[in-house]
Design a binder for this molecule. Structure first.
Ligand code: BDR
Ligand code: CA
Length: 314
């Protein structure tokens, strides 16, 4: 059994990611930690709770950071709707967030299961950075972080050089990257384009089971956004693609070892992440200390949709 903590600013694609973990028999979700990003932190926690409830998962949800580490919270236009879940008033979750703070839960859990816990980061890295700044030694015992963040080797979706999760809290992302914890980065380049669910797959979800119907409704605003902006009748699910890389080892077909630097200067580069590729960089550059990041460069698109549909509609 693999032990996961899932850190999320739960919107519709985060919900799809939670579903993959909840339905995978070899994954134990020790807890879900909510963070402000797509929506405020309470809404994120509620969205996570309702998703887990629909999946029949008992995993606890903890409230985390209501705002970024250093900066004020930016008002963002969410492509997932005001509530992050398609504004369809889906369900009211039965459970409430647990009492413990997200950071305490993360630190206690890593201390309890040293070198075993994998953290999947699907939103701004504020909770993870706070845990690192609170107790760096304990966080060094995290087995691996799986991060949906950065444009990868493509173009940003928040600015030309920055991806949303990093752009919301670049200071936190920098702390995470500099911590020495092994991290696998699944950038927006791996999640954009055709990968996701098309008209037929969305129809199959709508005609399927409880989880399928829930997700189809939760992605309604995202679908409209894709129709309006690129005429595509499909939904892209970056966080689901990212967690797939963590859950299905053969799904990643290529990655490169990198040293990463996250830009936090208050200018156009804010949130940009530089990848110094092993073997393709002047090793003597002072900025390079280690290559603790694996940046995914190819995934198997077809197998994502097939496996995802099978898992959800089983
Ligand atoms: C990321 O931003 C959010 O909208 C998604 O949930 C995902 O985590 C993609 O850039
Ligand atoms: Ca997210």
């Amino acid at each position: 059994m693999r032990e996961f903590i899932i850190d999320t600013d739960t919107a519709s694609d985060d919900a799809a990611a939670l579903m993959i973990a909840a339905f995978s028999p070899d994954i134990e979700i020790l807890g879900v930690t909510a963070v402000a990003g797509n929506v405020d932190v309470r809404q994120a926690a509620d969205n996570a709770l309702m998703t887990l409830e629909v999946c029949g998962s008992d995993a606890p949800v903890y409230l985390g950071a209501p705002r970024p580490l250093v900066r004020e919270r930016r008002e963002t236009i969410s492509v997932h709707g005001k509530d992050g879940m398609g504004d369809g008033d889906l369900i009211r979750p039965i459970k409430k967030p647990a009492k413990k703070r997200a950071v305490d839960f993360i630190l206690d859990t890593v201390a309890k299961y040293p070198d075993e816990v994998e953290i999947v980061v699907l939103g701004p890295a504020t909770n993870i950075a706070t845990a690192i700044l609170t107790d760096r030694e304990t966080m060094r015992r995290v087995k691996r972080i799986w991060s949906m963040g950065t444009p990868g080797f493509g173009i940003g979706n928040a600015t030309p050089v920055a991806e949303f999760n990093v752009y919301i809290d670049a200071e936190a992302y920098a702390v995470m990257l500099d911590s020495g914890i092994p991290v696998t980065i699944i950038g927006f380049d791996m999640c954009a384009g055709e990968i996701g669910l098309d008209r037929d797959e969305l129809a199959a979800l709508a005609a399927g089971n409880k989880a399928g119907r829930f997700l189809e409704k939760a992605t309604k605003v995202l679908l409209q956004f894709n129709l309006d902006t690129r005429g595509a009748h499909m939904v892209d699910l970056p966080d689901a693609v990212a967690i797939a890389a963590a859950v299905w080892p053969d799904y990643v077909t290529s990655s490169v070892a990198c040293h990463c630097h996250c830009c936090t200067e208050d200018n156009e580069t804010y949130g940009q992440v530089l990848f110094y590729q092993k073997g393709r960089t002047y090793e003597s550059m002072p900025a390079i200390r280690d290559y603790t990041a694996e940046v995914v460069t190819r995934v198997s698109e077809q197998s994502f949709t097939e496996r995802f549909m099978k898992l959800l509609l089983k």
